[in-house]
Design a protein around this ligand. Sequence first.
Ligand SMILES: [Zn+2]
Ligand SMILES: [Zn+2]
Length: 114
Amino acid sequence: MASDYEQPQYTCSICKKQVSSENIRYNAELRTVCAECLKKIGTVAPVQKQKKELRQKAADVEEQAIKVICSSCRYKFTLKPHFRPSCPYCGGSRLQRYDSLTAEGILAQVSSGM
Ligand SMILES: [Zn+2]
Ligand SMILES: [Zn+2]
């Protein structure tokens, strides 16, 4: 079978190899990448990896737990940023930052809310 007809050649943007259209793929940046390189880099493009690292750094900063108090039942607990902001005791979502409030301030809020 004469199946060796001329196929368009593409250049892989990573290894600069000439590959046929059958073996060319596009990464997330829509750059031509050969199938072998795509296997190496996986489905995540390098640019996205960098962004992920930046996000992880930001997450580290935010990782500091916030001390909160539930307005409904006055249950004190530490809220981690990636957790849903709701009271684990009563499920209430009215939370006050505890570390920025004085005991007097909390009492005043509770009495005014009644
Ligand atoms: Zn390649
Ligand atoms: Zn509560």
